[in-house]
Design a protein around this ligand. Structure first.
Ligand code: 3HC
Length: 312
């Protein structure tokens, strides 16, 4: 079943089993009913999917219709695969799709109570997106970034509402991975942090609180491990296959480091490493020469058809 791009604003059958509220300004209980997602790439589409599955009316925005259609199609494919595997009920898939709509404008996001931003990892692009969104946002609306590496306090400072801004970091593949990191910047209010935490729980995720430091908790530990694997491979430790096999069969990791690098995207890991290296200046975070060259060559992993392994 494919998803036709439904115009945002069209009536979405409400099928939420669940509404929660948090104490907003002036002790007014405010329910989150409509969720916006900025970006419908790999992460944004996954986030939109889990929000719609949890029963939220979900409006996802992309910069153009082609990217939007691709992202919505990805959701349809994932849900269809879930049905085929017996993991998703047909009614559940249909309910999720009914809760979803797409848009290329900011205006449609004006009705959202909470917005998750999952656009490209570029400070300027995020600033421009926030500037487009803010004029239409309701006063109580919370804005959360899915950034994996940028500073939450710095992103918050790019908005006019730093107290209602925080980090909500999902993991790939979003519908499958249980973890969400909740990050508060220096200006994030208690109410915003609590709402973000409760929102993650409402999606069926297991939130943890992470500090606003480069890499938060998971990437702070995962990225040096991946970089070290590349360095070790460069120095002839073993073949890609043997190193991957060693870590999967020897340690029970679901993927070896090179399979995981290809899965996450070499450009993503390179970008996170650069940010951590720039701020912390610890050798463990310095991107290895091979990783840099593979990114420069466009060997980005699964998404480009070639990384450490070939997917062509
Ligand atoms: N719909 C619903 N559920 C689905 C599904 C679908 N379309 N596809 C898969 N699933 C479920 C399966 O049913 C299964 O659930 P179960 O354990 O309850 O049976 C689970 O997902 C695993 O799926 P599969 O068995 O089909 O596939 P694999 O066993 O090959 O697992 C994987 C795939 C989940 C991707 C696994 O290889 C894995 O966990 N890899 C590591 C992923 C990882 O580390 N992600 C984090 C990356 S870092 C990151 O994202 C941070 C960023 O900032 C860089």
């Amino acid at each position: 079943m494919s998803i036709a791009m439904r115009e945002a604003g069209a009536a979405a059958p409400a099928s939420r089993d669940f509404v929660f509220s948090w104490l907003g300004e002036g002790d007014m209980a405010t329910a989150i009913e409509t969720v916006g997602v900025l970006g419908c790439g790999l992460m944004g589409s996954g986030i939109a999917q889990v929000c719609a599955t949890a029963g939220y009316r979900t409006i996802v925005r992309e910069v153009d219709a082609v990217l939007l259609e691709q992202g919505l199609a990805r959701i349809g494919t994932f849900l269809d695969a879930g049905v085929a595997k017996g993991k998703v009920a047909v009614e559940g898939r249909d309910r999720t799709l009914a809760n979803l709509s797409g848009t290329t404008s900011f205006d449609a996001l004006g009705e959202c109570d909470l917005v998750v931003e999952a656009i490209t990892e570029n400070l300027e692009a995020k600033r421009a997106t926030y500037a487009g969104l803010e004029p239409v946002m309701k006063d109580h609306t919370i804005l959360l970034s899915n950034t994996s590496s940028l500073c939450i306090t710095e992103l918050a400072a790019a908005t006019r509402r730093p107290d209602r801004f925080g980090g909500l970091h999902f993991f790939n593949p979003v519908p499958v991975m249980k973890l969400v990191e909740v990050i508060r910047g220096l200006a994030t209010s208690d109410a915003t942090y609590q709402a973000a935490f409760a929102f993650a729980q409402s999606l069926g995720k297991e939130p943890i609180t992470a500090p606003d430091r480069p890499g938060f908790i998971v990437n702070r530990l995962l990225v040096p491990y991946l970089l070290d694997a590349v360095r070790a491979y460069e120095r002839g430790l073993g073949s890609l296959e043997d190193i991957d096999k060693g870590l999967t069969l020897g340690c029970g990791y679901p993927m070896g480091p090179f399979t995981l690098l290809d899965f996450v995207g070499l450009d993503t890991v390179y970008s996170i490493a650069n940010i951590m290296w720039e701020e912390l200046r610890e050798p463990a975070f310095a991107p290895p020469p091979l990783l840099k060259r593979m990114v420069l060559a466009g060997h980005l992993g699964r998404k480009s058809g070639r990384g450490f392994y070939s997917y062509l």
